[in-house]
Ligand binder design. Structure first.
Ligand code: TMP
Length: 208
């Protein structure tokens, strides 16, 4: 049987890293074979594209170049990692996927959805995640958390209004895809957040 494809999304500082570890523990408890990966990245080549995308630079990056780099990395990642694993029956847990492109390049950068849709079809055909957890938190709280961690990358240098558009688009995606997406209130305590995640995963498990 084909594996399940689970993605995790959210704006900066929502706590993806901590909660991905928690989801891995849940997968271990179910004795699943799985791989944990991320976008942009997940293969040596795609990780190089990630570095190019995230590095702050003086040259302004044109939106089309940014969009094509995101999908170039995704094509490689799908071909080398995600598709082979799912085909072998393993589950794949991915830190961000194409919802991030609609949120960051679509809403954040004001790129046209139909252009993104064309690239999505070219790169992934009909492949979609089976379950997407969208960690949601007010933008200012997330940015404050993220700024404590490290020097900001090229995306983290964006203004609050950019992240408000990203957040709103994620919430819209969740509304438009209720069968696939679950919004997790990430402003609660860690226990509160993880209780929501457990419930979501157990509900999904019943459908597998
Ligand atoms: P993160 O994995 O540490 O959150 O960093 C990845 C950054 O890349 C994040 O700021 C969002 C951005 N990104 C896009 O702009 N478009 C995409 O399609 C993906 C997957 C990520």
């Amino acid at each position: 049987m084909r594996g399940k494809f689970i993605t995790i999304e959210g704006t900066e500082g929502v706590g993806k890293t901590t909660n991905i570890k928690f989801i891995q523990d849940w997968m271990d408890s179910k004795k699943l074979t799985y791989g944990c990966t991320r976008e942009p990245g997940g293969t040596p080549l795609a990780e190089q594209v990630r570095e190019l995308l995230l590095a702050p630079r003086e040259e302004s990056v044109c939106n089309t170049a940014e969009l094509l780099m995101v999908f170039a990395a995704r094509a490689q990642h799908l071909n080398q990692v995600i598709e082979p694993m799912l085909g072998e029956g393993a589950w794949v847990l991915c830190d961000r996927f194409t919802d991030a492109t609609y949120a960051y390049q679509g809403a954040g950068r004001h790129m046209r959805d139909d252009l993104i849709r064309d690239l999505e079809l070219m790169v992934q055909g009909s492949l979609q995640p089976d379950l997407t957890l969208i960690l949601d938190i007010p933008v200012q709280i997330g940015l404050a958390r993220a700024s404590e961690r490290s020097t900001p990358d090229r995306f983290e240098q964006e203004q609050v209004a950019f992240f408000e558009r990203v957040r709103n688009r994620y919430l819209q995606i969740a509304q438009d895809n209720p069968q696939r997406c679950v919004v997790i209130d990430a402003s609660l305590t860690l226990e509160g957040v993880q209780a929501q995640i457990t419930q979501t995963l157990e509900t999904f498990w019943e459908t597998v």
